[in-house]
Design a protein around this ligand. Sequence first.
Ligand code: SAT
Ligand code: MN
Length: 588
Amino acid sequence: MATPIERWVEEQARLMRPDKIYWCDGSEEEARRLIEIGICQEKIDGEPVFYKLNHNLWPGAYLHRSHSTDVARTEHLTYVCHSDKESAGLNNNWMPPHKAKEMLRKLSDGCMRGRTMYVLPYMMGHPSSPYAKACIQLTDSSYVAVSMRIMTRMHKDAVKRIGNRDDFVKGLHSLGDLHPERRFIMHFPDEHLVWSIGSGYGGNALLGKKCFSLRIASWLGYQEGWLAEHMVIVGIEDPAGNITYVTAAMPSACGKTNLAMLQSALGGYKVWTLGDDIAWLNVGADGRLYAINPETGFFGVTCGTSMKTNPNMLRTLKAGKFFPTLFTNTALNQDTNEPWWEGLDGPVPKNLADWEGNSWDKAQGKKAAHPNSRFTTSLYNCPTLSRDFDNPKGVPISAIILGGRRTDLIPLVTEAFNWPNGVFLGARGGSETTAAAAHQVGVLRRDPMAMLPFCGYNMGDYFKHWLNIGKKLTHPPKIFSVNWFRTNEKDEFIWPGFSENIRVLKWIIERVNNRIEAKETPIGFVPYLKDLNLEGLNIPENELKKLTSINMEDWCGEVKEIKDFLEQFGKHIPEEIWRQYQALAKHI
Ligand code: SAT
Ligand code: MN
């Protein structure tokens, strides 16, 4: 008798009609074979899927070039198909499930003809964690199959684990014809199903990542009493050797990966990495909040990554312990066969191919690497990997940091008065946009908890859920906001950022451990300058003041915008959030 997985795979194969079906086991040997296939057989637009890079300098590294229209998440083509529109909320595109499936079935009819269907069994979370989920993804892309091996715990044990159940997490992925108008990323939360066609890009195609671990998982968490969040997880070790675990939410390309593996500029402090993108948060029996990272890899932005901004990332990319490391849409140094991107250390190589493979000429004014070019590499390559990474229970969280990119208004660091005030702080959060998603760059977008594109249900209900989780915590983490991006009159960043951010983390863990006082303002507690270690930074006094002071007159426009933003969610916004809003607004 066929198992539910086998029946499901056969059903999809009848629709998509691949030439072959191949069940992956997640082994290294298999990854090597898939890469060989990607080099020699599989093609995208007539080009190989992988190019081997210089393994003396970048062990186990390969370059992948995606279709030139397929370089970022496509939020306008991403849908969350609850049975009713209200459940999806204004924060999601919505279509009735039967209509979405009818459309997807048409697009998928025969879409794998001439290709191989890879069956990928994988776990999100450590297999012995009570919070882990067993999943199956189908794909016709060797790049996706190899990437999923890096990003998840891919192993045939996931098949055993699912056994005869049919409620396993399902991902259907096909490159389709890569036409931008026939590209859809559809979620069916009640069936634990993601169906994605027409894109091979990370967040659209590695379905364990944003699609499952955030959109579907946030909905599961809403029903089951936990949180799926777009957060870094790190342990901060102080000079006495105590480790304080914190999570941090930031929209894409706000320095989240840099924070995850920060090399401390302050002696005696160390940051241990547990994750750079996703945290699943559960209330422990002791009333504390516990975090696991369901992923096992980094899928990070290359541009700007250097020995100055993120030395541990470069060490990770060159470690070659866990095979392979992939580069997507970087430039290529044709003399040395190395990947290259804007911001990498050293002089610009003379003989570069750009991210599309054309010979690059600086005079044309185009970037050589795509601004959203990426690396995919295992966390096990990371020299700062926390020894608790594989702890099935997760780590207890003492602080939640919510960040954004704001050149104005938002202080360097603020501590919320309490959990509900922290939820409001998250709800009103915003960030100036970057190149990680396909939209206009540099405009302010409200992005609560950095979850706007990833919350798989009505955002108003999501705030309610956060408030409810707070009620279950007898020892809730403190909630903070950070902003590394304030600028001075000359449009320069005031705060040096990167490894200097440890100074802010130090203040946060001292607050968490009740070691220092802070100044109360209408938006929360901010540091007294004497409590921030600023030794050796040389930031002018007036600019420092700007980083930590709040002028309520400047907040007029902000408060109005917050109201407009929240009002869109109508009756779904909890009373408590409006109470928090009123408490802020009365200061204006
Ligand atoms: O969405 S991706 O996972 O492709 C990258 C990101 O935006 O964090
Ligand atoms: Mn992300």
